[in-house]
Design a protein around this ligand. Sequence first.
Ligand SMILES: NC(=O)c1ccc[n+]([C@@H]2O[C@H](COP(=O)([O-])OP(=O)(O)OC[C@H]3O[C@@H](n4cnc5c(N)ncnc54)[C@H](OP(=O)(O)O)[C@@H]3O)[C@@H](O)[C@H]2O)c1
Length: 150
Amino acid sequence: MPEKQSPPPVILITGAGKGIGRAVAETLSSRARSAGKPVQLLLAARTAADLEALKVQLDGGGVECDIAACDLAAQPLLPLEACLTRFGRIDALIHCAGVGRFKDFLEQTPEDLEFTVRTTSPRPSCCCRRPTPRCRRRRRATVCAVRSRS
Ligand SMILES: NC(=O)c1ccc[n+]([C@@H]2O[C@H](COP(=O)([O-])OP(=O)(O)OC[C@H]3O[C@@H](n4cnc5c(N)ncnc54)[C@H](OP(=O)(O)O)[C@@H]3O)[C@@H](O)[C@H]2O)c1
């Protein structure tokens, strides 16, 4: 009997337009190609042009990308919904979207701290709520949140 192929992993990467998120998307794509194992990526950030350019760069050779341009502070669930609509599930969330108003701690105003925390920390837990029932049924999922120790 022919071996049953498992579907390609579906990975949602927030903050994929620049920095760490972009490097993660490039590395996952390159590894998938080298291993001959397809992967499906949902790339999210605010700047659509960054995401479109990355999609053009990565698509092909077993890598399939889609993009969701949105501000996670305003629409934390939009990339998740886009991923479920496009690929039908999520196997891993790699949350790299983040901003910081980097100053000496005593120079940070309450607004600075609130802005950083609102835009970064609560989002992974918020993002996880929606797919959790499906992941429970499948008994697996991976969440990785890139954060600053400060
Ligand atoms: N780089 C480091 O050395 C370092 C060290 C420790 C911790 N970190 C933490 O790691 C995270 C990523 O750092 P990085 O260096 O990769 O930053 P980066 O180069 O500025 O990239 C951040 C990414 O997140 C997106 N983003 C930011 N705010 C967003 C929002 N509200 N909604 C949607 N997307 C948003 C940005 O794109 P748009 O602007 O287009 O939305 C960009 O694609 C941050 O939380 C940072 O504090 C970084």
